[in-house]
Ligand binder design. Structure first.
Ligand SMILES: Nc1ncnc2c1ncn2[C@@H]1O[C@H](COP(=O)(O)OP(=O)(O)OP(=O)(O)O)[C@@H](O)[C@H]1O
Ligand SMILES: [Mg+2]
Length: 342
């Protein structure tokens, strides 16, 4: 399979690295079809989009027609043999790129997929990447139900249909999870060897690999951010605090629990841990809560370790990356520096 090139930073492209198990998983789906809809979630910037874009190539090679959209990045790939359906979808994508009407594209895909099956497309892959914001998180479950309908009540016989939905919005998972219309498949940051393949492709002087592994936990976007900031970790943490809106009010309010969670994220698994805080940390995309069993069967790629206190990974709760934890630690430290210490 041809490895795609990915833009890493201005003027730097990299080859898609590793994710061997995740690609094998796609092959498995291509052989068996998916039932029900597969909802893939994982830390932000862990490489879901990159993997899905590489998967489009893989599925093409395996003889699939493919519909892929990513409203958040205004990205789409329409590989449909039925010309009028392809043109219809591409016209909607063009309109969405100009006017932001991505919600309309997302909903139209369900109808177009059904028409493609009616037109005797035998192998079809529908991949919707980060679509829940565009359609409204409250409609996430309904949307997944619509995709499931393609599998359960197709308008004609088909050989194989696969439907993959990817998201890093922890909130949307709850909405979808109340029904059994989807199977949840988590993906973690890159495994160490795979991450090294990416690290090695970055030109110029750079900090030792081991340091970057400890700061990023294998998260490719965090590596990219560090590169962009001339490898200045402190500034990157400050940037994250601002971006995540980790305000002094928030930090003061939850200080005791945040201090515990920085030491060990599993503190948030304690029955006494405030639900309001857990919900906030999920909404802010700082943690993953209720981590799956580490049996690789449940995961799209290599699962995270059972527990790794250096990387902020607990058995049930994990910081999305060590840098996310560092942002909270820094915010707590700033309280002390500002004299709000008890
Ligand atoms: N396997 C990989 N090989 C090379 N580069 C990668 C790989 N995975 C991710 N990247 C790069 O890392 C960055 C973040 O990855 P990507 O956008 O795929 O993450 P994501 O999980 O989709 O993020 P989000 O949660 O925001 O949707 C991108 O610049 C991407 O090109
Ligand atoms: Mg993405």
């Amino acid at each position: 399979m041809k490895r795609i090139r990915l833009p890493f930073a201005p003027g730097i492209n990299v080859d898609f690295a590793d994710r061997e198990l995740a690609l094998r998983r796609v092959e498995e789906w291509a052989n068996k079809g998916t039932y029900p809809v597969q909802v893939v979630y994982g830390p932000e910037g862990c490489g879901k989009t990159a993997w899905l874009r590489q998967s489009v190539e893989l599925l093409r090679e395996l003889g699939f027609d493919v519909i892929y959209i990513n409203p958040t990045e205004s990205g789409a790939r329409v590989e449909l043999g039925v010309v009028d359906l392809r043109e219809r979808l591409l016209a909607l994508v063009r309109e969405a790129t100009e006017q932001g009407t991505w919600g309309r594209v997302a909903w139209a895909i369900i109808d177009i997929a059904r028409s493609a099956i009616e037109a005797r497309v035998r192998k079809l892959a529908i991949i919707v990447d980060d679509v829940f914001q565009a359609i409204g998180i409250d409609k996430a479950a309904l949307y997944v139900k619509g995709l499931l309908g393609i599998l359960e009540h197709p308008p004609a016989e088909y050989e194989r249909v696969i439907t993959i939905v990817a998201t890093s919005e922890g909130v949307s998972l709850r909405e979808v999870g109340r029904h059994n219309w989807a199977e949840f498949k988590p993906i973690w940051n890159m495994p160490r060897e795979g991450f090294k393949q990416l690290y090695d492709q970055i030109p110029g002087g750079k900090p030792p690999f081991e340091d970057m592994w400890q700061v990023t936990g294998g998260n490719p976007r965090t590596l990219l951010r560090l590169y962009k900031n001339n490898w200045n970790t402190e500034n990157t943490v400050k940037e994250l605090i601002r971006e995540k809106d980790i305000t002094p009010q928030f930090t003061v309010k939850w200080r005791t629990w945040l201090e515990k969670a920085v030491e060990d994220p599993d503190a948030l698994w304690n029955p006494d841990a405030p639900e309001e805080l857990i919900n906030e940390l999920i909404r802010m995309n700082l943690i993953l809560h209720n981590l799956h069993d580490r049996d690789p069967w449940f995961w799209v790629d290599q699962p995270p370790p059972e527990k790794d206190s250096e990387l902020g990974i607990g058995k049930y709760v994990a910081w999305q990356t060590p840098l996310h934890r560092e942002a909270v630690r820094k915010a707590l430290e700033s309280l002390k520096a500002d004299g709000s210490s008890p």
